[in-house]
Ligand binder design. Structure first.
Ligand SMILES: Cc1ncc(COP(=O)(O)O)c(C=O)c1O
Length: 402
């Protein structure tokens, strides 16, 4: 069959719903300044969908920084990949600043989190090695692992017993292959809202020989004494081998980093295909990252506000039996076991009749039959936003669930 003919008839698990979802909760055109409220189809909505945890997107201070950098350099400079013609002192300076911030020896700036992580996993592993990942790791980890030509194991989400079992299998396997073991988890899981069990995983290093890579996309900026992430929050800098975060969440920008021991980061510098064969990040982005880092380090008030809104929202959901037990971060998922058609009714009613917008996560991101309404509070949300959202849920969810 012709390739184009086949793909037209098999549009993928989400694509096949296109006629039901496009424009409403797939590819919605959200307009206006990024904040706690947003405009959608000319209607003002409370928006619980942005990972703008500290309110940097839409902030006047950040807009000024970006406008200054854009005026100074434009967006084209430098040209080429860093290895060839695209390296600058500013890129180096930011890498040192971020490494110091997350208490790691050295860091490498990545153009994108997704591609960066795919390349990291690819560059780290030889066919003799074995990789073990949490079943809820982000698609970038899953896709990096797809490139691995050796054994791959998965442990149940945040389940230390399950990880131990996989480590036992992996240890036996690598005795034969003479390879190593890489464990991958996250600081804060974007689906379950649970923090990764980093301390317990690090403790397993006393019994098993493995390297640990933590994706802290959602912990960076939020947790840790200065927003320096989940690893610093739990004082595990000496035990976590590789720290990864993206700058598309709390930092409201582009790019990501991988940080760790200098020899390993130096290896990445010359072996990460997503960096070596791709244009380096433009100056305004790098300048903006440096300035954002200073803002994040001082954003104690924003973090306190984020935590207080999260508490209020989660308490309200708990009283309504809508909050799952394992949530211990700002990310607030509501799990439903309902038919897909009902999901669309719920979402439309919430958006169009009550002005409440959140992300809806469906299969294949979550298992078939499960749907997540995910709320991501930010420091910009107000108590009134929480009250209105909960009151809307009382009306809409009860009606549909009855
Ligand atoms: C846990 C996690 N890791 C990695 C990424 C990828 O980051 P980026 O947006 O920089 O590609 C994301 C973004 O959604 C994420 O949530």
């Amino acid at each position: 069959m012709d390739i184009f003919e086949r793909i037209q008839h098999h549009n993928g698990p989400i694509g096949k719903l296109q006629h039901l979802i496009e424009g409403d909760f797939a590819f919605p055109k959200l307009e206006g300044k990024i904040s706690n409220h947003i405009f959608f189809k000319n209607k003002e909505l409370i928006c619980w969908s942005y990972n703008n945890y500290l309110g940097l997107a839409g902030s006047k201070e950040v807009d000024k920084i970006d406008a200054f950098a854009q005026k100074k350099w434009g967006i084209t400079y430098p040209m080429g990949s860093r290895m060839m013609t695209g390296d600058t002192l500013l890129h180096d300076e930011f890498e040192q600043n971020i490494a110091d911030f997350v208490h790691m020896e050295k860091a490498l700036l990545l153009n994108f989190g997704y591609q960066g992580m795919v390349s990291i996993v690819d560059a780290l592993l030889s066919p003799k090695d074995i990789v073990i990942s949490d079943e809820q790791c982000h698609a970038c980890t899953i896709d990096g692992i797809r490139l691995h030509r050796g054994e791959k194991l998965i442990f149940k989400h945040n389940d230390i017993q399950s990880l131990k079992e996989q480590l036992q299998i992996a240890t036996k396997h690598t005795k034969k292959t003479k390879g190593g073991i890489l464990v991958i988890t996250e600081g804060v899981f974007s689906m379950s809202g649970a923090q990764g069990k980093l301390k317990e995983i690090c403790d397993l290093k006393e019994t098993y020989n493995f390297r640990l890579l933590v994706d802290d996309a959602h912990g960076f900026g939020v947790l840790g004494p200065k927003g320096n992430g989940t690893v610093c929050e739990h004082n595990l800098e000496d035990k976590v081998d590789l720290y990864f975060t993206t700058f598309t969440k709390s930092m409201a920008s582009f790019g990501a980093i991988i940080a760790g021991k200098k020899e390993v980061i130096n290896y990445f510098k010359y072996n990460l295909r997503s960096q070596m064969f791709s244009k380096s990040l433009p100056m305004p982005i790098v300048y903006g990252l440096n300035e954002r880092l200073k803002i994040i380090a001082k954003a104690t008030h924003q973090r306190e506000k984020l935590f207080s809104i999260t508490k209020l929202l989660q308490q309200g959901l708990q009283e309504r039996n809508l909050l799952s037990d394992h949530v211990d971060s700002h990310i607030t998922p509501i799990y439903f076991k309902i038919q897909m058609e009902d999901v669309f009714h719920l979402q439309r009613e919430l958006v169009h009749n009550f002005g409440v917008y959140c992300s809806v996560i469906i299969y294949p991101v979550v298992p078939k039959g499960t749907v997540i309404f995910r709320l991501t509070p930010t420091c910009l949300h107000t108590e009134a936003d929480v009250r209105h959202t909960l009151a809307s849920y009382d009306k809409v969810f009860q009606k549909h669930m009855a």
